[in-house]
Design a protein around this ligand. Structure first.
Ligand code: PLP
Length: 467
């Protein structure tokens, strides 16, 4: 395309986006003024905008780009499948090869007896389906009062009507929405950096366990269907819960017959050095795992719920002529499943979970950890290729900067100028690069992040902040 025609096209795209694409999580004011950064192509860990400017994708798309951009093998698998059979109705008793083979592969990779797989359109629909299955399951067991779902404050479980209520992140709560308070019960965010008033960091883990036990007692176990928990809270700011808290809350669920559902939408598929974090990283066997994102490395939209044989047997054998009336037009979509199969094949061949666990994950955390000397960095937390920089006004007191400073966004804006994408979450900056990132690229990422923070700290000093 001639340069002028290309520029015209780019402007049409930018303007069409600004006028017509109603983005998720639109921040109306800044969008009105600034529009979007339109990305046009990508390769490896780098994305490019229309002007050809290169950005190191420190966010891995949105925690989903695991095997890196530009994998011809996945592109070919998608094209071949679309040519062969672009769609197949998944309802009742019609199947297709990619969905069947992917389900078998997921049963093989997942821990224990999670051998039955519901395929969905993404993580939210997977969580939603799992709530419905939990209710159905308890109904089949003649324990119909078991309806409540325990989730954590600070968690993120999606953006359907139900999963917005399961989500406990305060920043996502808008007064205009209606949240379900009958069904969803919250426990505290397991964030040791900010224990509640009057609770010391040393006592916090036991405090959390006690709170969980008291919540079960208060609500009555006979009313609780399931506990949904991210092994590591992702969108809530990469909060790694204390380990005994995870094992003991799992044990409390087991004792009271409450289903333990691990939301591994982010932690699945290698990001923390294992196919799934529940058993291999945290030592617990959940009753179900919900996953998405890295399952296709974002090449196609797909979610999955991996369910235990024990749950499946109860619902499948509860009586004659029964239906589990849940699912979507695109459940088990052959093209998405073909992408997932090829993505998993690449991850196995290149041993990406092992590479993250033994090499690049520890290196990444160590290098990001060097930013701790920056004046606004109160904490750096995470595990392997999930990391979070916690920005504060005062390292000692952990006091936060005023919300209007919008430090996370200012750092991400400065990073974007330098050619690095990082995600702002309030006062935090979150990182989750592709699993294929090299040591040199990690160094480049950390160096650009340092420069961005330096720039923002300089501006803040000029604005009168004592850093
Ligand atoms: C832990 C977790 N669960 C569920 C979801 C929702 O997934 P999706 O956006 O694919 O619906 C997300 C998305 O970020 C997530 O991080």
């Amino acid at each position: 395309m001639a340069v002028e025609t290309q520029n015209n096209f780019d402007n049409v795209v930018w303007e069409s986006d600004r006028r017509h694409f109603f983005h998720p999580w639109t921040h109306f004011d800044s969008f009105k003024d600034e529009g979007s950064l339109i990305l046009t192509r990508a390769e490896g860990v780098y994305t490019y905008d229309a002007s050809g400017k290169r950005y190191l994708d420190g966010v891995g798309g949105l925690w989903c780009m695991n095997v890196g951009y530009g994998r011809d093998e996945i592109v070919d698998a998608i094209a071949e499948q679309a040519r062969e059979l672009a769609y197949a109705n998944p309802f009742v008793d019609v199947g297709n090869a990619p969905a069947a083979l992917l389900s078998a592969k997921l049963a093989e990779l997942s821990p224990g007896d999670l051998n039955r797989v519901m395929l969905t359109c993404g993580g939210s629909t997977a969580n939603d389906s799992m709530v419905r299955l939990a209710h159905y399951y308890w109904g089949c067991k003649n324990q119909k009062s078991r309806k409540k779902i325990i989730t954590r404050r600070g968690s993120y479980h999606g953006s359907t009507y139900l999963t917005q209520s399961m989500t406990g992140k305060p920043a996502d709560r808008m007064p205009e929405f209606h949240y379900d308070t009958d069904l969803i019960v919250y426990v505290s965010e397991p964030n040791s950096y900010r224990p509640p008033e009057g609770v010391s960091e040393a006592d916090f883990e036991q405090w959390l366990i006690d709170e969980f036990a008291e919540t079960i007692e208060r609500e009555g176990p006979e009313n609780i269907a399931a506990h949904f928990a991210e092994p590591i809270l992702g969108a809530g700011g990469v909060v790694v819960p204390p380990r005994r808290y995870i094992t003991e809350t799992h044990e409390l669920c087991r004792q009271h017959g409450i289903l333990y559902v691990a939301d591994e939408v982010v932690t699945g598929f290698g990001r923390v050095g294992a196919w799934f974090a529940s058993l291999d990283v945290f030592g617990i066997q959940p009753d179900a795992i919900v996953t998405a994102k890295g399952i296709t490395s974002g090449y196609q939209p797909l979610g999955a719920v991996l369910v235990s044989d024990a749950i499946y047997e109860v619902v499948a054998e509860a009586g004659y002529d029964r239906l589990f009336t849940n699912g979507y037009t695109y459940s088990g979509h052959p093209v998405a499943c073909a992408a997932a199969l090829k993505n998993i094949e690449i991850m196995e061949r290149e041993n990406l979970p092992g590479r993250v666990r033994d090499d690049i994950g520890p290196y990444f955390m160590e290098q990001v950890g060097t930013l701790k000397d920056m004046p606004t960095v109160g904490d750096i937390r995470g595990m392997h290729l999930m990391a979070c920089v916690v920005n504060v006004a005062d390292k000692e007191t952990r006091e936060e900067l005023p919300a209007e400073v919008n430090i996370g966004k200012r750092i991400s804006n400065a990073a974007e100028e330098l050619g690095l994408l990082v995600r702002p979450v309030g006062n935090l900056n979150v990182l989750s690069p592709p699993l294929t990132i090299t040591r040199t690229e990690v160094d480049e990422l950390v160096s650009m992040l340092r420069q961005s923070m330096d720039r923002v700290c300089g501006d803040l000093r000029q604005e009168g902040f004592d850093l």
